[in-house]
Write a protein that binds this ligand. Sequence first.
Ligand code: EPZ
Length: 417
Amino acid sequence: MHRFMISGGNPLKGTIRVSGSKNAALPIIAASLLIDGECCIKEVPRLRDVEVMKDVLTYLGATVSWEKNVMRIDARNIHGYEISEDLMRKMRASNLALGSLLGRLRQARISYPGGCNIGSRPMNLHLKGLRTLGVEIKEKFGYITAEAKELKGTDIHLDLPSVGATENLMMAAVLAQGTTTLRNAAKEPEIVDLQNFLNCMGAKVRGAGTDNIKIDGVKKLHGNEHSIIPDRIEAGTHIIAGAITQGDLTVTNVIPEHVEPLTAKLKDAGVGLEIADDWVRVFTHENPKAVDIKTLPYPGFPTDMQPQIMALLTLSEGTSVITETVFENRYKHVMELRRMGADIRVEGQTAIVRGVPRLSGACVEASDLRAGAALVLAAMAGENGSVIDMAEHIDRGYERMENKYNAVGARIIRVHS
Ligand code: EPZ
């Protein structure tokens, strides 16, 4: 187990560069299974979740090399279509290989990805959409077995704009016969990046970023090169780090439009922001004003930023109301923030955050990736020292977070225990 020992009270000053997006890299790496050739993917973040997706491809027979942030994948000779249970248990997003395996091999077998700390995370929308494409699906003994004699393009309406279901169905449809239309599709920037990746490999996808995506099936995809977009959630986390420590931080390699839901809220909270074409500077010398937050699919306020902005709002002047509408169990960080002196009450899907003048250090535990990030933010702002257990959760989504923050004035020591 890894733990972070953090001394609080140091304003962050300087520049932090954002890495490539985890949630764009994972579907794009899975999509490389569709390609009858070698692809080169740049700006791939060095993250544990990306390591697991690489292991999935290697397990299926693809050749994968990964030097610094460049990954080269050759899936010409994949020999398997089943993803082992232990790989599936390591990361739920391994289920993103379902669509590309069906697109390429017309068959796939994965064990049911377990729920996780933030919710049950079912796959019913993925499976319903695949059945509409002509896939025969059996769910037995905890496994999903999928097979299709042929994949015929059709119209699919998603009951809700699921990111993963949208991505899996895009990947299953690119080599299908005819045209597939996804209605009520997710509009996240990572979906647009997946469309751009597929199209530069010879697919015909349009409409990503809107709720209506059209995919014209093609015969095969060829290799090419692609660069992953910056991680908007990492960017948002760093912007909040600058605000919560009352520092002066410039976050670079940012697409401002992708973090607009957050920066708009921070402006309402009175946080100083300077926004340019590919960087955001955050500066403040006081606690934020209270603001209300409601998480929604993009372009609403992202659920993946809910724990982080809650950490900031624990120090606000006034009372903030946070409503989590995307996941049913995403308040595990509340107990831990309370241990640091925060005044938060949860009623159902709503958290009422009454601002306090300061947080104190404490021993806390990261329950998942974004909750862990929120605890780091709170600990950096808190008085005296904090210990964060289970810090390995944080490595799933942030490249050596402690190095990036220590380079701008934080004092974080990683301890392997
Ligand atoms: C993606 O997860 C992200 N992960 C999540 O980021 C993110 O929180 C989520 O989208 C929402 O933006 C990756 O991209 C790898 P969903 P995904 O399908 O695709 C329900 C992080 O911290 N649902 O959009 O699993 C589901 O239960 C992670 O980086 C169904 O009911 O999210 C949830 O309540 C956490 N049936 C809601 O939809 C389905 O078939 C949104 O889930 C699928 C989803």
